[in-house]
Design a protein around this ligand. Structure first.
Ligand code: FE2
Ligand code: FE2
Length: 432
């Protein structure tokens, strides 16, 4: 049980810092934790609730506080050493430099507070933080009572804004991670500071790709909301990958030449799978993010020289009598990519399934496993359809005729399993 009446107040303009501090406190602090990213309303809060055990505030916000006769410690946190701050504001007990690590923060608070520590089994994480991280790095639980938690999201599943809305509509503003996971969670938050330069975004996709995507979108009559939803999902996928240094380095290298066949294909496909799935309405935001992740990774094991002649290699790989070393290597590229995915943090197994099945075909005529359509999953089938679509676009004279040809061909070809359902939804959508 939380100790009634006792509370700590955290003030910092940066939400990521507040999250780190709150999470560290939730692991042991027996009172309530209040936080805000601005200083307004504090005096009123203190008048209503009584004074906090301690305030931990960014130095600029700490300077605004009323410093007369304060019966509790104020810790100012600062990015740069600020001399003279304590002389100017005698109410300030200490200044610590930011970013403060989770463990030193814990030590600091433990040494300055007196209330009994709590031993929670689960630690809250705000819904807004989960949206910001874009994925559940750990299993996420819903709190039913002080002692009862139920798992509602598995590690690695994307956490989308739609998921968040469903919860906040029910007035649920936090989910919980297990206390065992809190240490790793805090280290992920710590790593988050200043790592934005390691992101993929700057090399994301060339203008050329976006132009191609926009032309296709226009010809398909996709609405601005479909485009926005696709863009958002791609952004989330990039964010998730950016937190995995291993794959980030590989992808950056592979996509370093924005005009290569490889970069062009990956960029266009990533946007298209998202917009296509958004337009047919069978796949929510989390499915779109999985598709985008798969698009970014699916051919990571295919060398550029294969890409120059990719159609030829696809034909050879689908011919089981071709046992040359080069063909075998190409045939196994979906396995290679899926092996890589298994080494990554927070990537759903669904992404691996899409990647490993992306060259399968309905009669078992694909590779590497020769699955028939009954064994090809929903998201993989959707991915395969969009890959086929991209091939029509690449080979056609112009976008309009490519789309017409794709529809004619698809009507005849996609006649079983998920393929049929997805393609029918796509056709239905075109009519409206
Ligand atoms: Fe491939
Ligand atoms: Fe592909």
């Amino acid at each position: 049980m939380k100790n009634p009446g006792k509370y700590l107040l955290l003030l910092d303009p940066v939400d990521e810092i507040l999250t780190l501090q709150e999470t560290a406190l939730s692991c042991f602090y027996g009172g309530e934790v209040l936080s805000q990213n601005h200083s307004s309303g504090i005096e009123e809060l203190i008048r209503k609730k009584g004074h906090p055990e301690m305030i931990i505030a960014d130095s600029k916000l700490a300077a605004i506080l009323n410093h007369e006769n304060i019966p509790y410690p104020i810790i100012a946190t600062s990015l740069v050493p600020e001399e003279g701050l304590m002389d100017k504001f005698p109410g300030i007990t200490a200044i610590v430099e930011k970013p403060i690590s989770g463990s030193s923060f814990t030590y600091l608070v433990k040494s300055l507070t007196t209330i009994p520590h709590s031993e929670p089994t689960h630690v809250p994480v705000k819904i807004s933080t989960l949206v910001r991280l874009g994925t559940g790095h750990f299993d996420l639980y819903l709190k039913l009572s002080e002692t009862n938690y139920v798992k509602i999201l598995h590690q690695g599943e994307p956490f989308s804004e739609a998921d968040a809305k469903k919860l906040t509509d029910k007035k649920i503003y936090a989910l919980y991670i297990r206390i065992e996971d809190s240490k790793n969670f805090i280290s992920i938050l710590e790593k988050g500071f200043g790592s934005s330069d390691g992101s993929l975004e700057e090399i994301s996709f060339t203008i050329e790709n976006l132009e191609a995507f926009e032309q296709i979108a226009k010809a398909m009559h996709w609405s601005p909301s479909i485009m926005a939803s696709a863009q958002k999902s791609v952004g989330q996928a990039v964010k998730i990958l950016s937190k995995n240094p291993n794959i980030l380095a590989v992808l950056k290298k592979r996509l370093s030449n924005p005009s290569s066949e490889y970069s062009r294909h990956i960029g266009l496909l990533t946007y298209l799978v998202c917009a296509f799935s958004s337009s047919i309405g069978q796949v929510g935001e989390s499915g779109q993010i999985k598709l985008a992740l798969a698009a970014l990774i699916h051919d990571v094991a295919v060398d550029d020289y294969y890409y120059e002649n990719i159609k030829e290699w696809n034909k050879r790989a689908a011919d089981p009598t071709d046992k040359s070393a080069e063909t075998i290597k190409y045939r196994l590229h979906p396995f290679e990519a899926s092996k890589l995915i298994r080494t990554l943090d927070s990537i759903s197994p669904d992404v691996e399934q899409i990647v490993v099945q992306h060259h399968e075909e309905k009669y078992g005529s694909g590779f590497p496993r020769g699955l028939d359509s009954g064994r090809i999953g929903h998201l993989p089938a959707l991915f395969i359809i969009v890959e086929d679509f991209v091939e029509f676009i690449d080979n056609g004279e112009n976008i309009e005729t490519s789309i017409t040809d794709f529809i004619t061909w698809g009507n005849a070809w996609y006649d079983t399993g998920h393929f049929k359902k997805i393609f029918q939804a796509f056709i239905e959508n075109l009519k409206t």
